[in-house]
Design a binder for this molecule. Structure first.
Ligand SMILES: O=C[C@H](O)[C@H](O)[C@H](O)COP(=O)(O)O
Length: 228
């Protein structure tokens, strides 16, 4: 199976975890696309009833709406039962990096408001340790050169993320993304703690101790792994 087929297989499989009468967080990305597509099908044919979706990006919001899935804003729900999202890298302790699509701020807010989090990935996303995938950080434009200099001084190999026209990528909230390309993250909790204390950083892509279950796409089919 190619990577896209693996993503599709885990996307479809993950919908088995969605129960009727629940509030579901909808992640963002090319793997989640298949999950939302399948959820739309099962909602339309009545297999899954009475759900409300909470999106983590305008992309996922639009896709879900186009399939007729009832949607609410995070402010409008008192809880989220389950969120299904993708990930960019998952280490052997089930810690993750997210934000390859610059959606990690909204994703983190939805994930931390969810009773349960499931990540869906193809096998290429699993790694012994985090860091070979650059760690995204969302920074506010005000004073961003200072924030950048602080990251550089910390030896975190920062780089502003640029679009195809060489312009700085803007997030949903009109912030910039700085990718940290240090290659290897030996102590994710220490790094997360340091980044959490940088005033100009709104959110970083380290999602630690958060995921409960991962669904991994292998050539012989999706495998469900309980993490915590
Ligand atoms: O910002 C994007 C999100 O964190 C995605 O969930 C992550 O990048 C994985 O996306 P994909 O399934 O497209 O690889």
């Amino acid at each position: 199976m190619n990577q896209d087929e693996l993503k599709k297989a885990v996307g479809i499989k993950s919908v088995d975890f969605i129960q009727s009468n629940s509030v579901v967080g909808l992640g963002t990305g090319s793997t989640v696309y298949y999950m939302i597509e399948e959820l739309g099908k099962r909602y339309q044919n009545g297999e899954i009833k009475n759900i409300v979706g909470v999106a983590t990006s305008s992309r996922s919001q639009k896709q879900a709406e186009s399939l007729g899935i009832p949607m609410k804003d995070l402010n409008e729900v008192d809880h989220i039962d389950l969120t299904i999202d993708g990930a960019d890298q998952i280490d052997k302790n089930f810690q993750g990096i997210k934000g390859g699509g610059a959606a990690h701020l909204l994703e983190k807010m939805v994930a931390t408001n969810s009773h349960k989090n499931i990540w869906i990935v193809d096998q290429s996303k699993l790694a012994n340790e985090l860091g070979s995938f650059p760690l995204p950080s969302e920074v506010i434009p005000f004073g961003c050169e200072k924030t950048f200099a602080d990251l550089e001084a910390e030896n975190l190999q920062p780089e502003f993320r640029l679009d195809e026209n060489g312009k700085r990528v803007l997030t949903h909230n009109k912030n910039y993304v700085i990718d940290l390309k240090m290659g290897s993250i030996k102590h994710p909790h220490l790094l997360a703690d340091w980044l959490d204390h940088q005033v100009g950083i709104v959110a970083h892509g380290l999602f630690l101790d958060l995921v409960n279950t991962i669904v991994v796409g292998y050539d012989d089919g999706p495998k469900v792994i309980e993490c915590r």
